[in-house]
Design a binder for this molecule. Structure first.
Ligand code: ACM
Ligand code: ZN
Length: 515
């Protein structure tokens, strides 16, 4: 029997006898030509075949041979698909484009791994095993986050990252675009955000927060590039969720426009890590004029229903001493600075909701009272997610204890590149239970899913991001899609041993399997 290794593991798979060989005469028939063309594009580099894509009709669906058929299906499950491979043909069907796109990734993984090569591979038979697969995801939110504020990565890498998300059937790319250390998205109405806020003078050295590398670091994505990323992701079934941090993690913005802070002057794009006291002032009306103007441009770029507004790690010391913030507390009848933060977030939420968008924020948005329709991203363990779900709010579970891919991958930290001082080996990621037991049965539907988060303080280049991301993100993908009841680690490792050469072929710098 053919050994088949797929990540994520499909829900149902039956292996049959025989194989279907794709050759230069194979034709692709697709009801949706864009998806057919994407399949042809996936197959072209390694095979050298330029397989033609034709429209599909009922006769072809019934009779075509030496064909890959991409068909609308009756299966109503969101993102689900069926794949029937027989010796003469492969039939992929799904009720919508998302399912078909996931099915394409299954086809890629069923072929010899060399299909992933970007150069022609000679003298290889491109065969698919005969299988019957019926598959759908356990969770609707399957995300990977990437912080481009701490370090800037080239557009080509952002696309490669999206390719990898698609390969593992993630459907959300959470793009963390603004930080204390860098503002990375062009805003036409506020050019200094990227001119000033997009650059820092130098960067703290790992392990010594008061020594610096002396090297300027910066860059940003133009709006045209952001649109390109959104379109590239959408073609692969992925929604880009932008994150614009407020009220904290805003020092780069304050360096560009000092009047937006409580002190009104003296800000520099941060050169070291950690939590800054300086945050957007909650008392000055101009801050809200600014944020709405910024978010207006962000909404134009990103069609995502969810807009992430950060909300984490916002110290209150400046607000405590700021006359404008204190006046706001008085005027709005608020009890304290936590309620002021809650007021701030509610204000932004109402504005987003009027524009048909949903506010998503880190679990600190629970403090001082959660905005009425907010979705919570639970990161400080699961507590925030449990509280929010039990209060009837939607939640994305990204507990740092299982999902923070910036943590060391091994207890043997001396032999690893510098990372944040916490440890999260693959073995622990594999134990990730997306829905905590403390969530009442009738509230479990509020858990939309989960994601891995990649904070890049200690990842100065894309090779390093890949090293931290893989293979741990593959385990997260498996949990979010397949959600196995049994988490046999040895079995995971055995599957990964067979699978990881695929990443070598794709030129992905993953961490080898070892403790
Ligand atoms: C976070 O890790 N500060 C959300
Ligand atoms: Zn203030």
């Amino acid at each position: 029997m053919t050994e088949i290794t797929l990540f994520p593991q499909p829900g149902q798979i039956e292996v049959k006898s025989g194989r279907f060989t794709i050759n230069r005469h194979t034709r692709i028939f697709a009801a949706d030509s864009a998806i057919g063309e994407l399949l042809a594009e996936y197959l072209r580099p390694a095979t050298g075949f330029g397989l033609p894509v034709h429209p599909l009709n009922d006769d072809i669906l019934a009779d075509a041979r030496n064909a890959i058929l991409l068909a609308p299906g009756a299966d109503g499950a969101d993102e689900g698909y069926r794949l029937e491979v027989e010796p003469g043909r492969a039939l992929l069907s799904a009720s919508g484009p998302a399912g078909l796109l996931h099915g394409l990734q299954t086809i890629r993984q069923l072929l010899p791994q060399q299909i992933l090569s970007s150069d022609v591979v000679e003298d290889l038979e491109w065969t698919l095993p005969a299988v019957s697969i019926s598959d759908k995801p356990a969770f609707g939110w399957r995300g990977l986050h990437l912080d481009v504020g701490r370090h800037m990565f080239p557009l080509a890498f952002i696309k490669k990252f999206i390719d990898m998300l698609a390969f593992y059937k993630f459907n959300i790319f959470h793009w963390h675009l603004t930080e204390d250390q860098g503002w990375r998205i062009e805003i036409k109405n506020y050019p200094r955000l990227t001119e000033v806020g997009g650059q820092r003078a130098e960067t703290a050295l790992p392990g010594n927060p008061h020594q610096y590398d002396g090297l300027p670091h910066g860059g940003f994505y133009t709006q045209a590039e952001a649109r390109e990323v959104v379109a590239y992701a959408a073609e692969r079934g992925i929604t880009v969720v932008p994150e614009i941090e407020l009220p904290g993690h805003a020092v780069a913005a304050l360096a560009a426009y000092p009047e937006l802070g409580c002190l009104g002057e003296g800000y520099q794009v941060r050169r070291n890590w950690g939590i800054a006291d300086d945050i957007f002032c909650a008392g000055k009306d101009g801050v809200f004029t600014f944020l709405k103007a910024v978010l207006s441009e962000v909404l134009e770029l990103f069609p995502s229903t969810y807009i992430h507004i950060g909300g984490d790690e916002a110290p209150k010391v400046r607000w405590e001493a700021c006359p404008a913030c204190q006046a706001r507390i008085q005027a709005e009848g608020l009890a304290d600075e936590h309620e002021l933060q809650s007021w701030f977030i509610r204000h932004i939420e109402a504005w987003l909701n009027e524009r048909g968008r949903n506010l998503l924020g880190w679990d600190e948005i629970l403090e001082g009272g959660l905005a009425p329709k907010a979705t919570v991203m639970s990161w400080r363990g699961s507590e925030g997610g449990i509280a929010a779900a039990n209060a009837g709010h939607d939640v994305v579970m990204t507990p740092n204890t299982y999902c923070y891919l910036d943590y060391y991958q091994s207890e043997g930290t001396d032999s690893e590149p510098p990372a944040i001082s916490a440890i999260l080996p693959l073995k622990q990621v594999w134990q990730y239970e997306v829905i905590p037991k403390q969530i009442a049965a009738d509230k479990r539907h509020h858990i939309l899913g989960g994601q891995g988060n990649i904070w890049t303080e200690y990842m100065p280049n894309s090779d390093h991001v890949e090293y931290m991301t893989f293979p741990r993100a593959i385990a997260i993908a498996d949990v979010l899609w397949h959600h196995p009841d049994e988490r046999d680690y040895d079995a995971l490792v055995a599957r990964l041993e067979r699978h990881l050469p695929a990443l070598d072929i794709m030129g992905v710098n993953y961490r080898p399997l070892s403790d």
